[in-house]
Design a protein around this ligand. Sequence first.
Ligand SMILES: Cc1cc2nc3c(=O)[nH]c(=O)nc-3n(C[C@H](O)[C@H](O)[C@H](O)COP(=O)(O)OP(=O)(O)OC[C@H]3O[C@@H](n4cnc5c(N)ncnc54)[C@H](O)[C@@H]3O)c2cc1C
Length: 449
Amino acid sequence: MHVAVIGAGITGLSAALALRARGANVTLFEASNRVGGVITTIQRDGWLVEAGPTSLTATAPLEALIDELGLGAQRIGTQPAAKRRYIVRGGRLVALPAGPVSLATSSALSTGAKLALLREPLVPARRDVGDESLAALVRRRFNDEILDYLVNPLIAGIFAGDPEWLSVKYATPMLHDAERKHGSLLVGAVRELKARRGIVRQKGITSFTGGLQTLPMAMALALDDALCLATHVTGIERHGSGWRVAADGRHSGVRAFDAVLCATPAHALGAVGLPPEVGDACAAIARIAYPSVATLALGFRRNDVPHPLDGFGVLMPAVEGRSLLGAIFSSSVFEGRAPAGHVLLTCFLGGVRQPGLARLSLPEVLPRALEDLRLLLGVRGAPIFQQHQVWERAIPQYGLEHEHVLRAAERIETVLPGVFVAGQWRAGAALGDCIVQGQLAAARVAATR
Ligand SMILES: Cc1cc2nc3c(=O)[nH]c(=O)nc-3n(C[C@H](O)[C@H](O)[C@H](O)COP(=O)(O)OP(=O)(O)OC[C@H]3O[C@@H](n4cnc5c(N)ncnc54)[C@H](O)[C@@H]3O)c2cc1C
């Protein structure tokens, strides 16, 4: 079976490897001249920056992939200091409580919000509710303060999103299931964490000594001659019982395949040239919102940052009215990110909250980021290292209309037998979800024979 995979981001790479393992002959087309899609590790002058995603969360499929690729020795976990998480409250950094004991004394939440947390398991579950916004769920089961000071900043950190617009069912399915299965989000979360304890406890948040790019590069190496870089797919049309794929660029030409898997972002699906009968479905998928996000990595001399940076980073509630969505204390999280005597902070700007900030130039955005860092961390002077990256369309937002997106994806696979679609816009945007989606898509492709 000869299969074309379009897009060598983590989804396409994962699908191509899984197809190879099933004995398929794979051609992987990638428009740019490198693999990994948004995974962008930059090494310069002793600094190691993640300009896109910053870390992976350990899951069983990820562990299997790391073993298969022989990457165990290069893999690194977070440093002990990274356990603590900060939010901003009243213009100051406040550590989030790590458990029930620290909750009692924490100044991150008022007594009213602490009581709302403790009462949540007693709030009657509504199993009749179809889908609702994450904000509606949190107001229903907790209160406005939990929404403003816990959920809003967390969602800014994960999706660059806004809980008012995200679907509970599709953006946070664990919470949706928890209310249905356990009658409580907290009880469900505790049970889920216990179930995953082995892997999450041991491995937790992960990267590699050479940064996240290590993973797609190893996947590409394993695929060897299957990869066609700098080759843009422009057309897919029926050809007997299979498909003909037209491509422009380094490996231009028209080739015949038994099946085609499109692993592009939602907004790029229209441009792969699927037949017109799925034009509406492609348009529905392309409507999914992708806010702009900028990452700004700043390096300082250790002495110029008075804060101990004893945490993973800081998340910013929207009600605090600052420019940053948050900042990761990158050199505290993973070793080897900054030269000795220096620290690296990675700031995030834009998202659904303030998309315009993501599109500012470096001279425009730097003073705003520094103003927040001065206020929050006491940062002095100018950074001695800067790396600015704008993601025009960063992370897909699974809103209340996500059901339509899923139906459109199913329609493409039904109307065009042998054509498949997968990626961050369909069933989870986290890297781990994309790996699983690639593998599941490979299984669907293999099942057609
Ligand atoms: C700033 C940022 C921070 C993030 N942080 C994290 C994080 O810390 N942890 C986490 O788990 N997730 C994170 N994510 C999300 C995660 O990185 C992405 O959802 C995931 O990498 C998407 O992978 P993908 O393969 O589906 O898509 P992409 O990475 O977008 O890859 C798609 C590929 O398709 C190619 N392509 C498009 N059209 C064509 C065509 N016509 N022909 C050939 N090739 C084509 C593109 O060039 C691209 O390489 C972050 C995302 C961003 C943007």
